[in-house]
Design a protein. Structure first.
Length: 207
């Protein structure tokens, strides 16, 4: 059999990278090499750089998984799209042990660096009154402080939870948004704020 024409190979590479990016799993150059059976990493890199030169991909320097889909139709003043890590699960109910297991990435529009953001998949029903349901993904902005009334992700000891922050003088309380659950009142020094919830994602139908 003859060799696949370079244009067809590049199109197949673009489709692979596009599908992986849309799934939140940006590939490395070596993964592209292995997927297409190239003898060297350089061949995969040349195809990827060709797609960048054609304007079909963009590249974020200094990252192994730095290829992105270009934002062609962003309006003036609209924030860029970042791929931020989806880190395991967080409990919205009774406290559960904090898990940081990378599930993939989610696309978020933000002017902040991707390093300032992360996503967590929610378990439990204590925040249903705030519209946060089991299986939702919360997008969290890393910050060590928040205002009373903010929905936050916090560590109490070694356990993580998503709750509404209430400041009562010097006392910090974590309140559910479901009357079936009790507030959490950590001991002084027991709570570490991981960040503020700034967005909620919900998948209405699983593929």
């Amino acid at each position: 059999m003859g060799r696949t024409p370079p244009g067809q190979t590049r199109e197949r590479i673009f489709r692979l990278v596009r599908d992986r990016l849309l799934a939140g799993l940006p590939p490395t150059v070596r993964e592209v090499q292995e997927a297409f059976g190239f003898r060297s990493v350089q061949t995969a890199r040349e195809h990827l750089e060709g797609l960048v030169a054609e304007g079909r991909l963009s590249k974020e320097g200094g990252k192994a998984r730095g290829y992105r889909l270009p934002i062609r139709a962003r309006r003036a003043g609209e924030p860029p799209t970042r791929l931020v890590p989806l880190l395991g699960r967080v409990q919205a109910g009774a406290l559960s042990f904090a898990v940081e297991d990378l599930e993939g990435h989610v696309a978020v529009q933000s002017r902040r660096s991707a390093d300032d953001l992360f996503g967590l998949r929610v378990r439990g029903e204590s925040m249903t009154g705030a519209g946060i349901l089991p299986g939702d993904v919360v997008i969290v902005r890393r910050q060590p402080r928040a205002d009373s009334g903010d929905v936050v992700v916090a560590l109490v000891g070694d356990e993580a939870t998503v709750k509404r922050l209430r400041l009562r003088g010097r006392r910090v309380e974590l309140h559910p948004e479901n009357p079936a659950f009790d507030p959490i009142v950590p001991e002084p020094g027991e709570l570490t704020l991981l960040g503020k919830v700034i967005e909620i994602r919900r998948q209405l139908e699983r593929a």
